[in-house]
Design a protein. Structure first.
Length: 250
């Protein structure tokens, strides 16, 4: 098995073939078929994968299809229509990475106009309150800091560096959410984060250390983890969001 280069036109043609095969195979269980990911925005590169979503009727379960074909990675997700619409309304930890699939897609099969329902939900979700998720993401940064501090006590350098990367990743997702910037393609994740205006002044310095983009000591990683959490919390609290509670809550 060897990966091969493919053009945007080749991916589009393959997506059309797959759409027809999906409908021929599953018949009226299929509500709509969408090409998503970088292909849907003509941002795919020679070695990009092909991502598709098949919307199925509620109650229908079809497993994900994921494989390599002609040197290209292909993934087809089968999702219930009501579940997909609900997800389009939600603000989750992975909002910055997940939101694109709801906004940018190429309808390949849509006999009932289902995509219009999706468009309506997406438009309404623009005003969804993000504060709860921002607070939860901020709390998760401190959970990551706890992991780093425990690894420091155990003199576990690999543990510190690994946890440092995940802390930087979560901090970037928080920055993107606070700025309401979602990623059009995963290769733009760090670029979009770096370009976001609302973030600590020293954010990128800490990210470079934590994520391993520059080689620094474990002491520097621990220091950046502590400072980044502190500086991010100041921004979150300035929005009236608290992650502390004087009482146990359930």
């Amino acid at each position: 098995m060897q990966l091969k280069k493919h053009t945007h036109a080749e991916r589009l043609e393959l997506s059309r073939q797959l759409s027809k095969q999906i409908v021929d195979t599953y018949g009226d269980k299929i509500v709509a078929v969408l090409a998503t990911g970088s292909t849907a925005k003509n941002l795919d590169r020679p070695y990009s994968d092909l991502e598709m979503i098949a919307i199925v009727r509620d109650g229908v379960e079809i497993p994900i299809a994921q494989y390599i074909h002609d040197g290209m990675s292909i993934q087809i997700d089968y999702v219930e229509g009501s579940s997909f619409l609900k997800d389009a309304q939600r603000i989750t930890f992975n909002w910055a990475l997940a939101w694109d699939q709801f906004r940018n897609r190429i309808p390949l099969y849509d006999p009932t106009g289902w995509v219009l329902k999706l468009d309506k939900v997406v438009a309404e979700s623009e005003t969804t309150d993000t504060r709860k998720t921002i607070g939860q993401l901020m709390a998760s940064l401190y959970e990551g800091l706890e992991v780093i501090k425990n690894a420091e006590l155990e003199h576990d350098e690999i543990g510190i560096r690994t946890a440092g990367f995940y802390l930087a990743w979560d901090a970037a997702k928080l920055v993107l959410l606070m700025n309401k910037r979602y990623v059009l393609t995963s290769s733009w994740f760090w670029k979009e984060t770096k370009a976001s205006p609302v973030k600590p002044k020293s954010f990128w310095k800490h990210v470079e250390r934590l994520a391993g983009f520059v080689m620094v000591s474990v002491d520097d990683i621990v220091e950046s983890a502590e400072l980044l959490c502190k500086e991010m919390l100041e921004i979150v609290e300035s929005r009236g969001i608290s992650i502390e509670s004087t009482k146990l809550a359930v």
